[in-house]
Design a protein around this ligand. Structure first.
Ligand SMILES: Cc1cc2nc3c(=O)[nH]c(=O)nc-3n(C[C@H](O)[C@H](O)[C@H](O)COP(=O)(O)OP(=O)(O)OC[C@H]3O[C@@H](n4cnc5c(N)ncnc54)[C@H](O)[C@@H]3O)c2cc1C
Length: 441
């Protein structure tokens, strides 16, 4: 078995395949990142030739195509420039093991972007550089992180007390994204579980069923979200001394429009003398914290820069259904994919009884699944009108011609939420008939 990509997903696939009976020595994982600091440049021209009968599993990442800012004239810039995903230690100093960015001491740095990467990078940069310009399109909504240590005794006695504890906690976590009452016991007790309106991106079994219900649903989400965003804006006033800067750092969009962020030092960084605002900027170094191409713009094959051609010339790029549940914890989703794939593989192996085999969904099953996704898609429509971000393809979803809107709905996430998606696939496995899957021997 060949697993392409050794991130969270690749590792979880390997573990689940071993549990499903594939001997560990028959599993190979390949990943160019093992030999390169910046995998993106290396993988672009990678050719994968496989000439042995094998099972291939692609787990090449979801946010893996760095996006550069579309600033006119940026290519004429003569200073140093790099993307956060490909950190240039030769420019900043330090190394993956040493966080001292000592080459920045006399440098003026401009960082473009204020999302998940920037929120982590900005507080570090201000410790080292002479001046830092933070260039933002939309302010980040940064909640407190409030990280706590894990008490080992508590963990052993209260958490790791029976098999299935992690699934129980994840269920509890997922159930906090709700329009109704969250579970009375909060097993995870972090800031994600205090953001119920994230149901807007995680899906909701009580969400709208018809397009005509979407506006009322969006209003409801905004109503339950407003206390949280008010609290975040109040945090800005509390932590940022200059009122003009504070105003610029306040997010005026609902929590479900962008990935929620948590950091205890980011906002206070803007009180430092070396963080400056101006109309014109001169910088020695530009760091692009400008994120990644939206996961929904490409299939897994496309994201890995690979053409995946199946039987009868069917291409993954045209046929792959992208739909699944989404929770705040994508690593968990990947684990569930892995569990499902391992089940299908072990069942197919059992049916093949030692002979070579190929597994594929029937065309009818793929169509039925797509219809189910479409029927549940109204709940995901709230992101269309959101402020620009990768969730809504930087606003382009709203501009799609009507005929493409149905295709977009077909490709959206599972609209009735993670637990509902798990329920559907777990019940399918429990039936044990592999309905809709063809095992060709
Ligand atoms: C800044 C940032 C913050 C994030 N925070 C969170 C978070 O808090 N929680 C969360 O759940 N998720 C978060 N994510 C999403 C995160 O990407 C995933 O959770 C996780 O890394 C996905 O695991 P993966 O195995 O699918 O992909 P990755 O971890 O990206 O691994 C994919 C691997 O595939 C390799 N690869 C790519 N193409 C090829 C090829 N052609 N051949 C061989 N190998 C290839 C890559 O080198 C890479 O090592 C964050 C992402 C970013 C960028």
């Amino acid at each position: 078995m060949l697993i392409v990509g050794a991130g969270w997903g690749g590792i979880q696939y390997a573990v689940r395949m071993i549990q499903a009976g594939i001997p560990a020595q028959k599993i190979q994982i390949i990943d160019p990142a093992a030999t390169s600091i910046c995998p993106f440049s290396e993988q672009r021209d990678m050719y994968l030739g496989i000439d042995i009968p094998a099972v291939r599993r692609f787990s090449t990442g979801v946010l893996n195509r760095p996006k550069l800012p579309g600033v006119p004239g940026i290519l004429d810039y003569r200073g140093e420039m790099f993307h956060t995903s490909c950190w240039a230690y030769d420019i900043t100093g330090g190394s993956p093991k040493d966080p001292s960015l000592d080459k920045l001491n006399n440098k003026t740095v401009a960082i473009i972007g204020t999302r998940a990467s920037s929120v982590q990078v900005v507080p570090q940069l201000t410790r080292w550089c002479k001046h830092l310009y933070v260039i933002q399109q939309t302010p980040a909504a940064v909640d407190i992180r409030d990280q706590r240590g894990t008490d080992e005794r508590w963990f052993k006695e209260e958490v790791d007390r029976c098999e299935g504890w992690q699934r129980e906690r994840m269920k509890n976590f997922n159930e906090h994204f709700t329009l109704g009452d969250p579970p009375s016991l909060n097993l995870v007790d972090d800031q994600w579980t205090r953001a119920p309106s994230l149901v807007g991106i995680a899906g909701n079994s009580n969400g709208p069923k018809l397009p005509s219900e979407i506006v009322a649903y969006t209003s409801k989400l905004i109503k339950i979200d407003t206390p949280r965003q008010n609290r975040i804006r109040a945090q800005v006033d509390k932590q940022v001394k200059g009122p003009v800067t504070a105003e610029k750092l306040k997010p005026w969009y609902p929590s479900f429009c962008k990935r929620p962020l948590f950091h205890d030092d980011y906002l206070a960084t803007f009180n430092k003398d070396n963080v400056v605002g101006n109309e014109e900027y001169k910088a020695d170094i530009i760091i692009c914290a400008t994120g990644y191409r939206s996961p929904s713009t490409e299939t897994h094959a496309g994201k890995a820069n690979l053409a995946m051609i199946g039987k009868n010339g069917v291409s993954m790029s045209t046929e792959w259904p992208r739909q699944s549940g989404l929770g705040g914890n994508y690593a968990f989703t990947l684990g569930e994919y892995a569990k499902h794939a391992a089940y299908i593989l072990s069942e197919a192996k059992r049916q093949a009884n030692g002979k070579p085999f190929a597994v594929a969904p029937t065309a009818e099953a793929a169509e039925n699944w797509a219809q189910l996704v479409l029927m549940n898609s109204a709940a995901m429509a709230v992101i269309v009108g959101c402020t620009l971000g990768y969730y809504n393809l930087e606003g382009e979803l709203a501009l799609l011609p009507v005929e493409y809107q149905a295709i977009a709905a077909w490709s959206t996430l599972w609209g009735t939420g993670m637990e509902d998606w798990l329920d559907v696939i777990e019940k399918w496995r429990a039936v044990g008939r592999m309905d809709g899957i063809e095992v060709r021997i």
